[in-house]
Design a protein around this ligand. Structure first.
Ligand code: CTP
Length: 477
């Protein structure tokens, strides 16, 4: 019997073997044994090796690599995702995303932009998806076989990951000069984008403008997350959401497709603290993390609502599928809420500062030796909840306030319901020993004109889902 060593194989064969072994989580030697065993078992099991396709060619994975993953025609793979991979360093994470989606029994078809091919190859995407990979708009083979219109339609959802600044700009502008943008323009399925870029590019007005337009157009978003960037020494918001997070968002998107009780409703949510400047470097703030408000915004979006989240300074990511307007002060929050009207429902979960400094210092206030600091004169901020609840022309149908209390929770909440003119108050005890402010859990009482319901302690996400379900019922009525 002939003996072969992997070292003697030619480079392209070795590369294919490496990929196939990695796909199966085996060593290269084990992979060779598996192939030989399959070959010995019968001709149908062994696929002939073929030359690697050129980069611009559409790639049939199993034309280049001996069928590494079962074809998605398997009985479980009934739903299909079209994954558009943009050109950024995060493209390598999209290879893992393909695996995560396939683990969830989703068939995955990939489009790689020209820039994406600078980071990963169609061969790798094809090997992992087990499907032909598409790269060119003007490709006679693919246009005859499966044109860009069919690519856009023959899927349950489209995921763009990484969504680069350029790809987002093209989507927002309705461009169609390459396969990815043409497919996105032709699509009539839900689209989820996972932006990834340098934090400075993400923060640019142009990118934020494009993002706002995409969200208005009904495009769902996940991430970007905060953290270290691939570039040395760069950190901030811009990392692509992790493949597991994106896969979960895709599952939620597909799962929710038939059940969107807030579809067609517009909801404003305020969240987080406000910062009231004392001088250019100091401010008055509170301990609100924004977790509860952001969870409500996310749950409302998942239920199909068009959500405008007006958020004070927080460290939690913008929820997917939500238009987030970032503000600092109570006055900015007030203005942003007014601009966001009209709405069917408004949820005021923000911990708005009650007072602002009457005359914040233009320069940093300096200590003066032996002198007491000058007292801070405060003036009251306008109450956003109360103003909107009493709005003559544009009062939302359902106005919900929060009451953060440290004592007499329910009596105080009842008093707030009457005083502020809201329909419901969600009351919670935020004494330090409860760990609610800034924590993961919440324990709330829903105070309405009909009485008080005390909900069991649960995560802020669960509180959000329960509240959204109540909102859907109320708006439905
Ligand atoms: N709120 C608001 N605008 C303000 C102050 C509060 O919209 N300027 C809203 C909050 O978002 C919350 C509700 O009013 O929904 C209650 O906030 P809370 O801080 O609990 O009550 P206050 O009105 O500030 O009363 P107090 O601080 O005396 O408890």
């Amino acid at each position: 019997m002939a003996s072969i060593t992997i070292r003697q194989l030619d480079e392209s064969l070795k590369q294919q073997l490496r990929l196939r072994a990695a796909t199966h989580g085996r060593s290269m030697e084990d992979e060779v044994r598996t192939i030989l065993r399959a070959a010995a078992a019968g001709p149908a099991e062994a696929a002939p090796a073929r030359p690697s396709p050129r980069r611009s060619e559409p790639v049939a994975a199993d034309a280049a690599v001996p069928s590494p993953i079962p074809r998605p025609a398997a009985p479980t793979a009934t739903r299909r995702i079209l994954l558009i991979i943009g050109g950024g360093i995060a493209a390598y994470k999209s290879l893992d995303l393909i695996r995560r989606l396939r683990e969830r029994h989703l068939a995955v078809r990939c489009i790689l932009t020209a820039a994406a091919q600078e980071f990963i190859t169609p061969l790798a995407a094809g090997a992992l998806s087990g499907e032909r990979v598409f790269t060119d708009l003007f490709d006679t083979t693919s246009e005859l076989d499966i044109g860009h219109i069919r690519l856009a339609r023959d899927t349950d959802a489209i995921v763009v990951a990484p969504a680069t600044a350029d790809l987002m700009a093209k989507m927002a502008g309705g461009h169609a000069n390459d396969l990815a943008s043409a497919v996105l323009l032709a699509a009539n399925r839900p689209i989820l984008i996972a932006p990834a870029m340098n934090p400075a590019m993400w923060a640019r007005r142009a990118t934020q403008r494009n993002l706002a337009r995409l969200i208005d157009d009904g495009i769902l978003t996940i991430g970007p997350n905060a953290g270290e960037m691939a570039e040395h020494g760069e950190a901030g918001i811009g990392r692509m959401a992790e493949p597991l997070e994106i896969a979960a968002a895709v599952e939620a998107l597909l799962g929710d497709a038939g059940e969107r009780p807030l579809a067609g409703k517009r909801i404003i949510v305020t969240s987080g603290p406000t910062h009231e400047p004392i001088d250019p470097v100091r401010y008055i703030a509170n301990r609100s993390s924004g977790r509860q408000g952001h969870a409500i915004a996310a749950a409302a979006a998942a239920a199909g609502a068009q959500v405008i989240l007006v958020s004070g300074p927080v460290n939690v990511p913008n929820p997917p599928g939500v238009r987030t307007v970032k503000v600092e002060t109570a006055r900015e929050m007030f203005d942003a809420v007014e601009v966001a009207l009209p709405a069917d429902c408004a949820v005021f979960a923000a911990a708005v500062a009650d007072w602002r400094v009457a005359a914040p210092g233009r320069e940093k206030i300096k200590k003066q030796k032996g002198k007491a600091p000058r007292p801070l004169a405060l003036i009251e901020n306008r109450d956003i909840l109360s103003t909107i609840a009493h709005h003559k022309a544009q009062r939302p149908h359902l106005v919900i306030g929060f009451a953060a209390e440290t004592e007499n929770v329910i009596p105080n909440a009842k008093a707030k319901l009457a005083r502020k003119g809201s329909d419901w108050i969600v009351a919670n005890d935020v004494s330090p020993e409860t760990g609610i402010m800034g924590g993961e859990m919440n324990s709330v009482h829903l105070v309405t004109a009909d009485g008080v319901e005390s909900w069991p302690p649960q995560s802020k996400d669960e509180v959000a889902r329960a509240l959204v379900s109540r909102i859907a019922t109320a708006l439905g009525d």
